[in-house]
Design a protein around this ligand. Structure first.
Ligand code: FAD
Ligand code: MLT
Ligand code: ZN
Length: 473
């Protein structure tokens, strides 16, 4: 029997044969969400407990077989699917989906890594708390994947990214040992921060099996508005006003370019998209208030009045009901899906200091128009955090796959060089995966790369944890 067959056999013994998938349609586990790549797995392995994960990792380490941890497989950078060799196992955490504890006094929830984000939000809400992490993929992404990528989403402007919401982790190391760091402590200065090493490591250092996350009180009211703005400069001015008028009530500030919104109208005609026809950009704003809805509404009115006086808002609607608020958010959340419907595209998940974003877009739009005539820009994102999704779609009518083949390298180089010029980052929230591993080598300093490689070698000397992702050793 080959080593691979022996490994499969011992995995079956460890977690039960039905949880080791080698045959049938494995597309859901081996193809990434954007359909950029389809890999081949030696097996899809679905353990049901931390001890089973540890035993699986030990067996793989002994056999020298690499492991691709996977949650909901909604990642954007081809990081959670196996390569084409057929020699890697996909370690799916989806069966580990229990809430372990909710500590109301400590304002924490401890969950298994495979818990779906939306299920965590709902559990917290039922208990009278807010778990603020929010992404359009929340119906299928998992907290393990959110931690693995240090996901951002639409509430970062107030609550920070996943890292900011995490107080502790349980991790199975690359050697198959279990590190229990689920303390739930808000203060703990006992040496290097191991938790922060694993957050954002995209499965390259170990497998996150559980996490203790922060909770917040539910606000008394959450109001949503849509504002039409005459330019990105105006959107940045509006952001400043929103911080001033709403203070910590400002929980969402998302910008959407006109072309991005036109794709939503085109591909989801049942959705009503107000204001966009007469404005180059629209902004979704959210005000969460701990006093009352009336208070939140009055604050919004004062903000929008001031913004209109200054000319940074030309028109606006404030949702009158939860249904209307959801419809406004739904427009924003539909953009990635509408873009996928339009065809394969080139994504740039970049961050730039907010103050420099309008100039970045002016300069880079002009460079792209000159070098790649006809390429269409799908521009939207978390402006409140300085995070733009500055995406490029093939010219209308062109073969998208051929366009990507021929132009992706050149377009990426142009955009990322511009990002460097403006002091930005080439990955704000999606991570590096395999899509950006080459780019990282160009855009991170040799000192930073050296430290990253040293960490990888120290924690995963065999190189079995998600190789070919984030950093090459
Ligand atoms: P996966 O895709 O399965 O994995 C992602 C990475 O994490 C991989 O490298 C994987 O190896 C690693 N990983 C997964 N589980 C573990 C684990 N238990 N231990 C260690 N490593 C692990 N992202 C944002 O940041 N902000 C957004 O607003 C946002 N919106 C999205 C909207 C849509 C419609 C879609 C499809 C995606 C969106 N994403 C967004 C991207 C994606 O949802 C996030 O990156 C999410 O955090 C991935 O979670 P997942 O469970 O699907 O992880
Ligand atoms: C978003 O903000 O919608 C997500 O990051 C997904 C994407 O950009 O495709
Ligand atoms: Zn995003």
């Amino acid at each position: 029997m080959s080593t691979q067959n022996e490994l499969i056999e011992s995995l079956r013994q460890i977690i039960g044969a039905p949880n080791v998938l080698t045959e049938g349609d494995l597309t859901a586990w081996v193809r990434d969400w954007r359909k950029r790549e389809t890999g081949k797995a030696l097996a899809v392995v679905r353990p049901g407990s931390t001890l089973e994960v540890a035993a699986v990792v030990k067996a793989c380490a002994a056999a020298g077989v690499s492991i691709v941890p996977q949650g909901g497989n909604t990642g954007m950078v081809v990081g959670s699917t196996p390569d084409a060799s057929g020699t890697q196992i996909v370690l799916s955490l989806q069966r580990m989906n229990s809430v372990r504890a909710l500590d109301a006094a400590n304002l924490t929830i401890t969950v298994d890594a495979g818990c779906v984000l939306q299920a965590i939000q709902e559990t917290c809400e039922q208990a009278g708390f807010l778990f603020p992490l929010s992404l359009a993929s929340e119906g299928s992404c998992t907290i393990g994947g959110n931690l693995g990528t240090n996901a951002g989403g639409t509430q970062v402007v107030r609550y920070g990214n996943t890292r900011d919401l995490c107080l502790g982790l349980e991790v199975v190391t690359a050697q198959g040992e279990v590190w229990n760091g689920l303390s739930g402590l808000r203060k703990d200065n006992t040496g290097y921060d191991l938790r922060d090493l694993f957050i954002g490591s995209e499965g390259t250092l170990g497998v996150i099996t559980a996490a203790t996350m922060k909770l917040y009180p539910l606000p008394a009211a959450q109001l949503t508005a849509l504002a039409a703005v005459p330019s990105l400069d105006a959107a940045v001015t509006l952001l400043g006003l929103a911080h001033r008028f709403l203070s910590s009530g400002l929980t969402g500030f998302e910008v959407m370019g006109q072309f991005a919104l036109s794709l939503v109208v085109k591909h989801f005609p049942q959705q009503r998209v107000p204001l966009y026809q007469d404005a180059p950009y629209c902004v979704v704003l959210e005000n969460s208030d701990h006093e009352s809805e009336a208070h939140a509404r009055a604050q919004f009115e004062r903000l929008l009045e001031a913004a209109m006086e200054q000319g940074c808002v030309t028109d606006a609607v404030v949702a009158e009901s939860i249904t209307q608020a959801r419809a406004l958010w739904h427009i924003r959340e539909s953009i990635p899906l509408a873009q996928a419907e339009e065809g394969l595209n080139i994504k740039h998940d970049i961050s730039i200091p907010v103050s420099r974003i309008p100039e970045f877009v002016r300069v880079t739009d002009a460079l792209l128009a000159q070098a790649f005539p006809g390429a269409r820009l799908v521009n939207y994102g978390h402006l409140g955090d300085g995070n733009l999704h500055y995406n490029v779609q093939a010219p209308a009518g062109a073969d998208a796959a051929a366009f990507l083949n021929e132009q992706e390298q050149g377009i990426n180089t142009l955009v990322y060089e511009s990002v460097d010029q403006f002091g930005g980052s080439i990955s704000a929230e999606h991570g590096v995966g395999s899509l950006k591993i080459d780019k990282l080598e160009h855009h991170k300093s040799p000192v930073a790369l050296g430290m990253m490689r040293a960490i990888k070698q120290a924690l995963d000397p065999q190189g079995i944890m998600n190789p070919g992702r984030v950093v090459r050793v």
